[in-house]
Design a protein around this ligand. Structure first.
Ligand code: 13P
Ligand code: SF4
Length: 312
């Protein structure tokens, strides 16, 4: 059984894979997968990437159907950009707990307290929250997005740790929403200290959703797509990886000569692991569950997403 603490199903999936590829062709579908997905899902995807790369890919696809293997906000973002396409999320319960830590109503209330602040929302948020924001960002472009704004005061939602990381890279005044990723907060600074003793030559890369104490000890702070590029370009042969462990599958596959050590075996996002080959096949056969956004919300959210894509 490969990595993923038993989440991964046995690898004898040939028949299932053939069926998926057959229905995929019939539907003229594209399969997009996030870097945290199960290895079996990443392997069958047309494209695997981070949140920014996935939205850029969704924006330019000419497929009729997008099978989104990730979490709900990612599928929603694809629909915001491509309302003429059918966007499928093979398990509708695949949500992001961080995205649920803010609602449009609570954001409106905070905006009333800070009328001069520009609202930057991490893409890990609902379409309704994006619709209340001035601009979106992902972990790959958060600093550039904040720096691109005229306003000197920024209300950053919902990830306090990504917001804190950005605040160390800008002179702007940042007000941080108290959200966090339950998976990344499991990674502790002691994990780095322990693994550095075992692998003194290793480079440490961490995701900006990690706690500041973890970020302070890292060599690089990168989005998951940034980690994949770093792994290919670095001279280092050993890399300690501080993010959700699903990414290890791709890193190993693309860099057979290098060793990747998860910073914490506890860093598993349970909702990212809800999607598997069986659910992908059912979803393509039934053309459900479909993710949509009401048009009025979609148009407002699209302004924030388009502004980000221009900066990126
Ligand atoms: P990336 O955009 O870096 O892939 O991050 C998405 C995410 O949900 C991290 O937890
Ligand atoms: Fe959300 Fe964290 Fe899972 Fe990313 S890893 S989808 S931020 S809960």
């Amino acid at each position: 059984m490969p990595e993923g603490r038993g989440y991964q199903v046995a690898s004898n999936n040939t028949e299932l894979i053939e069926k998926i590829l057959h229905v995929k062709r019939q539907r003229n579908a594209v399969i997009l997968a996030h870097n945290y997905q199960l290895g079996e899902v990443q392997d069958i995807a047309d494209f695997t990437g981070d949140s920014l790369e996935l939205s850029q890919n969704a924006a330019k696809t000419d497929a009729d159907v997008i099978v989104f293997c990730g979490v709900h906000f990612m599928a929603e973002t694809a629909f915001i950009l491509c309302p003429d396409k059918i966007v499928l999320l093979p398990d509708i319960h695949a949500g992001c707990p961080m995205a649920d830590m803010i609602t449009a109503e609570s954001l409106r209330e905070k905006k009333r307290e800070l009328p001069g602040a520009a609202v930057v929302c991490y893409v890990n948020s609902s379409a309704e929250v994006k619709a209340e924001s001035d601009i979106c960002c992902t972990s790959a472009n958060a600093v550039e997005v904040v720096e691109s704004l005229d306003s000197e005061e920024i209300l950053f939602v919902p990830d306090q740790y990504l917001g804190h990381y950005v605040s160390t890279k800008t002179d702007k005044k940042m007000v941080l929403w108290p959200g966090f990723c339950p998976t990344h907060v499991r990674i502790q600074p002691e994990d780095i200290t322990r693994l550095k003793l075992e692998y003194p030559q290793a480079k440490v890369v961490v995701h900006p959703e990690c706690r500041p104490e973890v970020i302070a000890l890292a060599d690089e702070v990168l989005s998951t797509g940034g980690m994949c590029k770093f792994a290919q370009n670095t001279e280092a042969k050993e890399i300690i990886v501080g993010t959700e462990i699903g990414i290890i599958h791709r890193l190993k596959k693309e860099n057979p000569g290098k060793k990747f050590i998860p910073l914490s075996e506890q860093a598993i996002c349970p909702t990212m692991k809800l999607i598997n080959l069986e659910k992908m096949l059912r979803s393509l056969e039934e053309m459900a569950p479909e993710v949509k956004v009401p048009e009025e919300t979609r148009l407002r959210a699209k302004v924030a997403v388009d502004r980000m894509l221009k900066v990126a």
